[in-house]
Design a protein around this ligand. Structure first.
Ligand code: BES
Ligand code: ZN
Ligand code: ZN
Length: 498
């Protein structure tokens, strides 16, 4: 999909569809006249009448589609509501409106060209519109066999009207395109069944990411064992599929800092011997969403080449109850020497992350981030709307929350009170892996991870909620959403620009 800046006036645009974004309660006649004085007056009245009939007032998501009967050069005008005109909502309104339009148009095989005026006032809005368009067009058809399910968009080119100069537009559009395509790359990974998206396949996809400054190293089980990653190895024991510890680096000559990122890559979480029930297990192929976010981010960095150094790991394994599976009660020794009593094999995410974080800290990063579908409790607390965020450094946490907001992903900070550590006390090891059932499980999980970050500035994103949704909404597709890719990209780009 290509995006270019449209410079022709609305009435003269020769596209299959022209789209105009309308803010809530805006006067449509005045709007049409102000953007193009050549729109014929009788057509303006027709548009007004149609809006009244359809009760269109510019509320977000409202849409009317009007045949122009040659009153405009284009045969069809779509009006799309942008909601209230508030400066702080403009960027996300652009993203949402573009996504809604793209979703609507992406199954129509008749449309070849579209020209869109979403009232983009700056580069950030233009970037968001491009992101929204690509994210809203996403679908995963690989396993569909019926023709009617396979309707592919024939739209190869979208023209956007924007109050940004050509150069600014092209750069914003390129950034938006890379971020959205990298998100879709991660969505594909999550959508694949666990039987396909094994740790080996994840490692192959990681190895396939190329670009200046990018390198990838896949550590096999023997090496993982040798490095002393006993916690990660404990989780792998019940699985036939070989585990992979994926290490990716991005190095840039102008970098002023190194950010470390860890992703939970459980390609299927059965719970292990502390087995989940069928409902709890149904979507557990998405338990590698943290790893998918890491790979998506690295794919984007390979293209965008920001001035930053990144060291990222995806700790990939299944959590299965095979004959050699870890038993509840086993004691594992993590890479930093701490011993862990496994009182619940279903709290496996923190075990693989313990070693991933300890490994990253040896690289002497300036700060550490991790993303994981870590707890069911965060879904209970925040639903599918927002991810939980916790950590050791409020400045870092606030920067990540801000980047998430800019990118269209919500975070809510949960506390890290010392008391939550009490529930992790073990009688015979340094700590146990699961706290008291039903009590602040997201917080005690974060307290567990804190034991492995060596005092570094650290932020932990528990993405179990927004990582999977049941309904398409704005730029977010149903199924695995690849939540976190956008936040990571925005965060890394903003740090690189400092
Ligand atoms: N992968 C799950 C967390 C999860 C649950 C993600 C629901 C998405 C939706 C994680 O490995 C897990 O099972 N956590 C346990 C921890 C508990 C045993 C302390 C949980 O949340 O129940
Ligand atoms: Zn689990
Ligand atoms: Zn899990």
């Amino acid at each position: 999909m290509d995006f270019s800046k449209e410079s022709i006036a609305l009435s003269k645009i020769d596209a299959d569809i022209v789209v105009l974004g309308v803010y809530q309660d805006e006067n449509i006649a005045e709007l049409l006249k102000s953007i193009d004085n050549d729109v014929p007056a009788d057509f303006v009245s027709e548009v007004e009448a149609e809006c009244r009939r359809e009760d269109f007032t510019g509320k977000s998501k409202q849409t009317v589609s009007i045949a122009t009967f040659a009153k405009l050069k284009s045969p069809r005008l779509i009006l799309r509501g942008l909601g209230k005109d508030k400066a702080e909502d403009r960027v996300s309104a652009s993203r949402k409106a573009a996504a809604g339009l793209a979703r609507r148009l992406s199954t129509n095989t008749q449309i070849k060209s579209v020209s869109v005026d979403l009232r983009l006032k700056d580069a950030a809005s233009a970037q968001a519109a491009v992101e929204g368009w690509i994210l809203g067009s996403y679908h995963f058809h690989k396993y569909k066999t019926k023709k009617e399910d396979l309707k592919e968009s024939t739209l190869a080119k979208v023209s956007l009207i924007a109050a940004v100069d050509e150069k600014g537009f092209d750069s914003a559009a390129r950034t938006g395109k890379v971020i959205a395509e990298s998100t879709n790359f991660a969505r594909d990974m999550i959508a694949e069944p666990a039987a396909y998206m094994t740790p080996t396949r994840l490692a192959e996809l990681a190895s396939g990411i190329s670009g200046s400054g990018i390198s990838c190293e896949i550590l096999e089980e023997a090496q993982i064992e040798k490095l002393g990653m006993g916690a990660f190895m404990g989780v792998t024991r019940g699985a036939h599929e070989p585990a992979k510890f994926i290490v990716m680096r991005y190095k840039n000559g102008n970098a002023k800092k190194t950010i470390a990122i860890a992703g939970k890559g459980i390609t299927f979480d059965s719970g292990g011997l502390s087995m989940k029930n069928p409902q709890g297990m149904e979507h557990m192929k998405y338990d590698m969403s943290g790893a998918a976010a890491v790979l998506g981010c690295l794919r984007a960095l390979a293209e965008l080449q920001p001035s930053i150094n990144i060291v990222a790991v995806a700790a990939a394994t299944e959590n299965m109850p095979g004959g050699s599976a870890m038993h509840p009660g086993d004691i594992l020794t993590a890479m930093n020497g701490k011993t862990i009593e496994v009182n619940n094999t279903d709290a496996e995410g923190r075990l693989v992350l313990a070693d991933a974080l300890a490994y990253l800290c040896k690289e002497k990063p300036d700060e550490v981030l991790d993303l994981a579908t870590l707890t069911g409790a965060v879904v209970t607390a925040l639903g599918r709307v927002a991810a939980g965020i916790m950590g050791s450094d409020n400045d870092l946490i606030n920067r990540v929350i801000k980047s998430g907001a800019d990118a269209g992903e919500k975070y809510w900070q949960l506390p890290m009170y010392d008391e939550y550590k009490d529930s992790l006390k073990s009688d015979i090891a340094d700590l146990k892996n699961a706290g008291s059932r039903g009590e602040a499980a997201s917080c005690s999980a974060a307290m567990f991870l804190k034991e492995f970050v060596d005092g570094k500035p650290w932020a932990h994103m528990d993405i179990a909620g927004p990582g999977w949704v049941d309904k398409d909404k704005d730029e977010v597709n149903k199924g695995g959403t690849a939540f976190g890719v956008r936040t990571l990209c925005y965060y890394v780009l903003s740090e690189a620009a400092k």
